[in-house]
Design a protein around this ligand. Structure first.
Ligand code: C2E
Ligand code: CA
Ligand code: CA
Ligand code: CA
Length: 279
């Protein structure tokens, strides 16, 4: 107790404890966030590099806490993964996507596929595939409309256990995308083993596209390889017209990034991008 009076000790103590307490706070608050309706989903359009038409969108979670304010998924998803709350969050996200899809379809909007992020940790649940199946079944949602995004690192982690789950998801009708491609692993062997439909080039490549020849060469090689394997390619993090032009020249199929639009609320996405099926 006496030491806490000491200025130096207290300073040291406070700087450690502020990060520590913030994390503890988030950990605790995360447990109630679903019940308290603090999450929303935003949707980022993915457009054809040729026509600019929307071909898909990615659902991205947003957490607005009454006193902490908005907390970015980059900060809270790793904590949710550590503590296990990601299991419930993951189910909430998928269910919300299914419900949104239903709302749009019943209002006669033409809706392209919606991508949902799956965390590596979710693959550790033995009932992952069946819980995903339950959600689409209960909401009467067509899995053809849904793309499951998995990261290279989560899928490479334990190929033997992930592969059957991916095949099961494919057999339900889901599409599979590899997220953040090029960021972590250099081994390519899994690409031919996995039942993948879409490959997403990590934004670190895109950001160096027009300044670094090697990034450009690699990006072109990734696109050509993907097409050779019948995969569609999405470039992430496209922020400038130069990057877009470059990717278009390289025949990249789809573009996602701030240059097109950031993640939008469902209402914004609807007004800006969706059209009704008039027949
Ligand atoms: P991610 O899956 O790679 O998602 C793309 C991130 O890049 C999003 O950040 C998006 O807003 C951001 N982004 C989009 N365009 C640009 C651009 O032009 N430039 C830059 N610099 N960034 C761009 P966000 O929404 O903050 O999400 C961060 C990460 O959190 C996601 O990365 C994903 O790993 C995770 N995440 C988000 N929502 C979910 C979710 O529902 N479930 C899970 N498991 N993870 C999620
Ligand atoms: Ca993603
Ligand atoms: Ca990504
Ligand atoms: Ca409209």
């Amino acid at each position: 107790q006496a030491k806490i009076q000491n200025g130096g000790y207290q300073f040291f103590n406070e700087s450690i404890s502020s990060t520590f307490l913030r994390k503890l706070d988030l950990e605790n608050e995360l447990r109630w966030a679903i019940a308290k309706n603090q999450f929303t989903l935003h949707y980022q359009p993915q457009v054809s590099s040729e026509t600019g038409h929307m071909k898909g969108m990615e659902a991205l979670i947003r957490w607005n806490h009454p006193t902490l304010g908005p907390v970015s998924p980059g900060e809270f998803i790793p904590i949710a993964e550590e503590t296990g709350t990601i299991m419930d969050i993951g189910k909430w996200v998928l269910k919300e996507v299914c419900l949104q899809l239903n709302r749009w379809l019943s209002a006669s909007f033409i809706v392209p596929s919606i991508a949902v992020n799956l965390s590596a940790r979710q693959f550790l649940a033995p009932d992952l595939a069946s819980s995903i199946h339950d959600i689409v079944y209960q909401t009467c949602c067509d899995p053809q409309h849904i793309v499951i995004e998995i990261t290279e690192s989560s899928s490479m982690h334990d190929i033997e256990s992930v592969l059957p789950i991916l095949h099961e998801l494919k057999s339900f009708g889901f599409q599979i995308a590899i997220d953040d491609f090029g960021k972590g692993y250099s081994a390519l062997g899994y690409i031919k083993q996995f039942p993948i439909d879409i490959l997403k080039i990590d934004k670190s490549f895109v950001q160096e596209l027009t300044s670094d020849t090697k990034s450009a060469v690699l990006t072109k090689a990734i696109i050509d390889m993907s097409h050779g394997m019948d995969l569609r390619v999405i470039a992430e993090g496209v922020e400038t017209l130069e990057q877009l032009d470059c990717l278009r020249t390289m025949n990249c199929d789809m573009i996602q990034g701030y240059f097109i639009d950031p993640a939008l609320s469902a209402e914004q996405l609807e007004t800006l991008y969706l059209t009704k099926d008039e027949q």
